[in-house]
Design a protein around this ligand. Structure first.
Ligand code: ADP
Ligand code: ZN
Length: 616
């Protein structure tokens, strides 16, 4: 490793971004980008992707182009860079022609280090001609999955990026995304024509997120409890609802309880939607009830709570939406309320899909989502495995399953009956059919196959259909049954299931949901470790000072016309509470404080902290 380069990179990291060290993979990626070779970076939200192209831009002559689809975000990003003392600009349709001409002139003079561009710009031959005339040292393609029709957010404009690689053969292209499926990965490499791209794949675990899935029966009171918890009180939260109507009703109910809340949905016009979003970003409205349309194009780092008040349609969607919580790495909660009624609602919508293949895909996705909700394994483990990542730990200590493990019951008898009915029907039938046999149904199909004569016929009458499905789910998790994909999904007895049937072992399965009691305590949703850190936190920092610093941050943000997080992140404010800086040197030591922020904001923050110290 080249030590001189390392020192230089660390010094730029500190002076501009105020960080002492790199997050995982960042340093490797920065070094790779500096060799002008192509790269594909797959990192979850909050992984620190932007620094991977922003830092290299500072090391060299010329400009780094950043293509991003999220016009609404570009300004915040550019403002954030300027607050870090970095010459950045953007060109998109929101600018006047004369402003664009000014920026072009600065580019020609070599005064700009980072330029954000909307993808449609690259369709213009005139603009390409202009770009050919300036010194481009690298090209970053943010949200690169937008180029793939297989991603969740295909943008036709991204096809304009196809020729970039050939147009600027000397500049390395770095593509970044938080979507990790193989198909999307391949599309990005193919469509951007990346050359021998090195792939940087980081873990998709979000350790600061606490996952909590619970039955919907007491959703509203559970929600109020969590909104009152120290972690979420007066902090930003998004609550995803099923319909427009639901967003409005819930927003009203929350306002009545004294929580400032606004609804966001497709029924609002563009201006109204924009305004709601702005008030959220600027910390004026903490809580938004929304349909899924909300969130894309928001990179607010301090969202402390994401709630799914209705069942999401897919695990991908759930992961993406919950991913909006806690980008800054501070503990945040993801809560989902689950009910069978919601499942039926979603199924009803899926049944309306005309295209058969698409309908089947949608149904499979929903099935997986339901398996996730009902499942008994660690939520984190399920998510990581779903995205193809190995997860060694069985207990993450920060999800409802690990914090409040279910009790178990002796399922030896019913378990054997279920497995026996699968075996004796030749592993050729689906869940519903097996349930029908166990419930003693004499429907036409069962009689036609003669399955009403099986010994297990009617042996599950002590359970209702939903409970039997839960038992089947648990047997699948145990590995005794698996789901085989044929034309229709059928249940198959596995070798382990067969061994169990041939043996005399006892079988304990997790207590059934319908029989289980729900425990909600006053710190619902907080894991033991979070509680510990809160207790520790209370001792370390005074909530009152934190609020004062937030007020100051908001004032400074408003006077500059930027969102509060552009001034300082919550992480920086929390560090100030601990170190109570009173000198430039101490202030610079705070995470997220570089030279520029020290100069612009240091005096004001140290002033507030100083008066707090003298009052104490
Ligand atoms: P992504 O684009 O991957 O979602 P961001 O680039 O927005 O992530 O970074 C997420 C958060 O992590 C931001 O608040 C950013 O300031 C912070 N961050 C980035 N790099 C570092 C670092 N080296 N040390 C500490 N915090 C960092
Ligand atoms: Zn867990």
């Amino acid at each position: 490793m080249d030590d001189k380069q390392r020192v230089r990179l660390l010094s730029l990291l500190k002076t501009h971004f105020g960080f002492d060290r790199f997050l995982p993979l960042q340093e490797e990626i920065v070094r790779h980008v500096l060799t002008d070779r192509d790269a594909l970076v797959l990192m979850p939200t909050g992984g620190g992707k932007s620094l991977c192209y922003q830092l290299p831009a500072l090391v060299r002559e010329g400009v780094m182009l950043v293509v991003s689809p999220l016009i609404a975000l570009m300004k915040d990003q550019v403002d954030g860079l300027k607050a870090n003392g970095i010459a950045a600009e953007l060109i998109n349709s929101t600018l006047s022609n004369s402003r664009i001409a000014d920026i072009k002139a600065s580019l020609q003079r070599g005064d700009i280090k980072i330029l954000y561009l909307a993808p449609e710009r690259l369709a213009s031959e005139g603009f390409m001609e202009f770009l050919r005339g300036i010194n481009i040292n690298g090209i970053a393609v943010d949200e690169a999955h937008c180029i793939s029709q297989w991603g969740h957010d295909f943008r036709p404009d991204y096809l304009n990026l196809k020729d970039l690689r050939d147009e600027f053969p000397d500049a390395g292209v770095i593509a970044l995304t938080a979507t990790a499926t193989l198909r999307v990965r391949k599309d990005i490499i193919d469509h951007l024509r990346l050359k021998d791209a090195r792939i940087f794949l980081s873990s998709f675990d979000r350790p600061n997120l606490h996952y909590d899935i619970r039955p919907k029966d007491k959703a509203f009171s559970d929600l109020i409890t969590v909104l009152h918890s120290p972690q979420c009180k007066d902090r930003s939260a998004i609550i995803y609802c099923f319909s427009r109507k639901d967003t409005e009703t819930l927003a009203e109910d929350l306002c009545q309880k004294g929580f400032k809340t606004e609804a966001y949905h497709a029924g609002l016009n563009t201006k109204e939607r924009h305004d709601v979003q702005e008030r959220f970003i600027r910390d004026e409205t903490p809580i938004i009830t929304a349909t899924i349309a909300f969130g894309m194009g928001i990179d607010k780092p301090d969202i402390r709570l994401v709630v799914h008040y209705a069942l999401p349609r897919s695990v991908e969607g759930y992961y993406q939406e919950t991913g909006r919580a806690g980008r800054d790495g501070l503990p945040s909660i993801c809560m989902l309320f689950y009910s069978y009624a919601d499942k039926f609602k979603q199924e009803y919508f899926i049944d309306q899909i005309a295209d058969e293949a698409e309908r089947k895909r949608a149904r499979d996705k929903l099935e997986t989502m339901i398996a996730f909700c009902g499942g008994n394994i660690c939520r984190r483990k399920f998510l990581l495995q779903y995205f193809g990542e190995k997860c060694e730990k069985d207990n993450c200590a920060s999800c409802d399953r690990c914090v409040r493990p279910k009790e178990t019951f002796d399922a030896t008898v019913i378990g054997r009956e279920v497995l026996e009915s699968v075996r004796s029907t030749g592993s050729r039938f689906g869940v519903q059919y097996i349930v029908d046999i166990l419930r003693g149904s004499t429907n036409e199909r069962i009689c036609r196959f003669g399955h009403d004569a099986l010994p297990s016929h009617g042996q599950g009458r002590g359970f209702d259909a939903l409970q039997l499905k839960e038992i089947i789910g648990s047997l699948m998790e145990k590995g005794f049954l698996s789901r085989a994909q044929g034309e229709y999904p059928v249940l198959e007895l596995t070798a382990e299931g067969n061994n169990f049937l041939n043996g005399h072992a006892e079988l304990m399965l997790p207590q059934l949901r319908t029989a289980a009691k729900l425990v909600v305590d006053d710190q619902a949703g907080l894991s033991t470790s979070h509680r510990a850190s809160l207790r520790e936190g209370e001792a370390l920092w005074d909530q009152r000072l934190f609020e004062e610093l937030r007020v100051l941050r908001k004032q400074l943000a408003d006077s500059r016309g930027v969102p509060p997080f552009v001034i300082f992140s919550d992480v920086s404010l929390r560090e100030m509470l601990v170190s109570l800086p009173q000198t430039d040197e101490d202030f610079l030591a705070v995470k997220g404080v570089g030279e520029q922020k020290l100069k612009w904001f240091g005096p004001a923050f140290m002033g507030v902290i100083g008066s707090y110290i003298s009052r104490r």
